[in-house]
Design a protein around this ligand. Structure first.
Ligand SMILES: Nc1nc2c(ncn2[C@@H]2O[C@H](COP(=O)(O)OP(=O)(O)OP(=O)(O)O)[C@@H](O)[C@H]2O)c(=O)[nH]1
Ligand SMILES: [Mg+2]
Length: 361
């Protein structure tokens, strides 16, 4: 199949998608989301909440119906992200009333924190089985891994997962509050964020979650990764002279999502600036490489788009370009828009090539 239709300009493509993306972001952020942090005493639930949201949960006003045992509170000023902090033992619902009970009934996701130092117990196994019976995405955090000797960690993790009856893809190794002499920063938060992003699939709730994460750059990474994946299978390649409407749609949504994580509004002109700068030819960077790679794979300007796009090289170009656009946008947001086109292109090129290398390796 070849396309004889004129290629729509970038401005036209962005204008078409922009409003839709803005509406989707707005709707996503109007929802509410409930996440529970469960686990036995001192396993690190409060440390997890602090590492992820940057909130001292003990200082936040609980919502009515909370008890000392089962604390429910919002971590954001708009009160859209409700967090449950409770031991896993017993019947949580019997403990709370009113609003807090409703939150438990509408749980979107559960995080079960286990203290590695000492291994899992029978009570924890029983507890976790009960939580899994709720049929919500449940992630097990094997916490305080810093306290296990590095050469024993692998065996330790494997046997703890067997004790808990949990498959490896349901667990992440963490240290939410490591001993300062072992690590300055919490360990494993990036993996927790990636897992949550992948499992909060309903109606843009992953975006609502990401918006409330303390480390904005880390929160953006899974959003960029999944947009890159989407672009890679979109069946279009974003190179000058090709119709890349499908990929542009993914990228416009990506830029809108990233802005939302940073709590910013981005207008259409800024999207055009970012995409225009990074995707414009004339640079010696990734776009040039992509053009040549596409030509080598048989692409002619104005033709054979689909053939090349479904080939491996088309997927790499689309994925890498989208990844680069995402990283450039994050830097742009971090610097509050104080960035030249050349600086944007530098970040774009470095990130797009990095993605390509990973795709190759
Ligand atoms: N070394 C180490 N200590 C941790 C880690 N996470 C939490 N801790 C420590 O473990 C203790 C308990 O942590 P919390 O976050 O209060 O645990 P919790 O689950 O909220 O405890 P309760 O509310 O009492 O059930 C604190 O002293 C933390 O500093 C970790 O990853 N590594
Ligand atoms: Mg606590």
């Amino acid at each position: 199949m070849s396309s004889d239709l004129p290629v729509p300009s970038l401005a036209t493509q962005v204008t078409t998608r922009w409003e839709l993306a803005a509406t989707e972001v707005h709707d996503a952020l109007q929802q509410t989301l409930s996440v529970a942090f469960l686990g036995s005493a001192s396993s690190g639930k409060d440390a997890a909440i602090r590492a992820i949201f940057g909130v001292d949960f003990g200082q936040v006003d609980p919502i009515p119906g909370s008890t000392e045992h089962v604390r429910v509170a919002a971590v954001d000023p708009e009160r859209r992200l409700l967090v449950v902090n409770a031991p896993g033992f017993g019947d949580l619902r019997a403990e709370v009333q009113a609003r807090a009970e409703e939150v438990l009934d509408h749980l979107d996701l559960a995080i079960y924190v286990v203290n590695c130092d000492g291994g899992a117990t029978i009570d924890e196994r029983r507890d976790l089985d009960k939580i899994r019976a709720l049929n919500r995405p449940t992630l097990v955090c094997l916490n305080k891994i810093d306290l296990i000797r590095p050469n024993q960690r692998e065996d330790f993790v494997r046997s703890t997962l067997v004790q808990l009856g949990v498959p490896a893809d349901m667990a992440v190794v963490t240290a939410f509050d490591p001993l300062p002499q072992l690590s300055e920063e919490p360990i494993g938060v990036d993996k927790v964020l990636a897992w949550i992003h992948e499992h909060l699939t309903e109606g843009g709730k992953a975006l609502l979650f990401a918006k409330n994460v303390r480390n904005k750059v880390a929160a953006c990474e899974p959003i960029i990764q999944s947009a890159a994946k989407k672009a890679a299978v979109a069946g279009a390649i974003p190179i000058p002279g090709a119709d890349a409407t499908a990929v542009t749609a993914v990228q416009v949504k990506l830029i809108s999502d990233l802005a939302a994580v940073f709590g910013r509004r981005i207008d259409k002109e800024i999207v055009l600036f970012i995409l225009g700068e990074v995707l414009a030819g004339g640079s010696k960077g990734f776009v040039r490489w992509a053009l040549e790679a596409a030509k080598a794979a048989g692409w002619l300007p104005g033709g054979q788009i689909v053939t090349v796009a479904v080939s491996g090289i088309g997927a790499v170009i689309s994925g890498a370009t989208t990844y680069g656009v995402g990283r450039a946008t994050v830097t742009f947001l971090q610097r509050d828009g104080k960035m030249t086109g050349a600086e944007l292109r530098d970040v774009f090129d470095a990130s797009a090539f990095e993605y390509r290398q990973q795709a190759d390796g």
